[in-house]
Write a protein that binds this ligand. Structure first.
Ligand code: 13P
Length: 255
């Protein structure tokens, strides 16, 4: 599997109070600090980002924000500007399906966020994925291409280590994990789309995670697929044991 370092994200979504977040951060550091062969990024709710940065400082675990607004400051009540995250977060999730489908963010909003994050000392993870009726209607490739084209509209060169998360919407929080075959085929297709736009070398270097009902039991089969470079984990990332097992399985699959 080339030289791509796989990446596992733990997306806590809107879960855990402050004490629970601090406990989980401590447990995760204890279990995962120093784990070789995989990059581990924790995405707590925005309210606990500072706690996460403090709790994980000096460890190999990275901190990610689940969302950010593209403008640096201004009269935007309730928003957190991407620029405000510099120094606290390392990564920012852009275009998660819940942002797109629950909060109505458009492809253009996603592109603005991606551009803002890329202009700062932050690494984006660009999430894409089709809905159930789009897959059933044979429109998966069309939807993914539209999402990627829109997100990359202003980008000429893919930065090193760029990460895409393929998260089929029908697999998120449903227990309906994509089979390793479907996940591999779709991720390979995304890689071809990246190659069409940025060239073969950029596509080969681009990391593409799978997300959607990943757990300690199914991760090894997914992570052993040649094009899948790790996982973006929701529910199972709230359990230190399960998440640590997932991270270790991804590291082992890449050996
Ligand atoms: P689940 O692992 O809970 O399906 O969530 C996936 C996800 O949306 C991660 O960003």
């Amino acid at each position: 599997m080339a030289t791509r370092t796989p990446i596992v994200g733990g997306n806590w979504k809107m879960h855990l109070d402050r004490a629970g977040a601090r406990d989980l951060l401590r447990e995760l550091r204890g279990q995962l600090d120093g784990l070789a062969g995989v990059e581990v990024v924790i995405f707590p709710p925005a309210a606990w980002l500072g706690d996460a940065a403090d709790a994980l400082e000096g460890s190999t675990l990275r901190v990610g924000a689940q969302n950010a607004y593209w403008l640096p400051h201004g009269a935007y009540t309730g928003e957190v500007g991407a620029a405000m995250l510099v120094g606290t977060a390392d990564y920012v999730l852009v275009g998660h399906s819940e942002r797109r489908h629950v909060f109505g963010e458009s492809d253009e909003d996603t592109a603005r966020k991606l551009d803002a994050v890329l202009g700062l000392a932050l690494q984006p993870i660009l999430a894409v994925g089709e809905q159930q009726e789009e897959r059933e209607g044979g429109r998966t490739a069309e939807v993914l291409r539209r999402q990627l084209d829109a997100a990359f509209a202003d980008i000429d060169r893919l930065p090193e280590g760029f990460t895409i998360a393929y998260e089929p919407v029908w697999a998120i929080g449903t227990g309906l994990t994509a089979t390793p075959e479907i996940a591999q085929a779709t991720v390979a297709e995304i890689r071809r789309m990246v190659a069409d736009r940025f060239g073969a070398a950029s596509a080969e270097a681009c990391r593409i995670q799978y997300g959607g009902s990943v757990n300690a039991g199914n991760v090894a089969d997914l992570a052993s697929q040649p094009d899948i470079d790790g996982a973006l984990v929701g529910g199972a990332s709230l359990d230190a044991e399960a998440f640590a097992t997932i991270c270790r399985a991804v590291a082992a699959a890449a050996e």
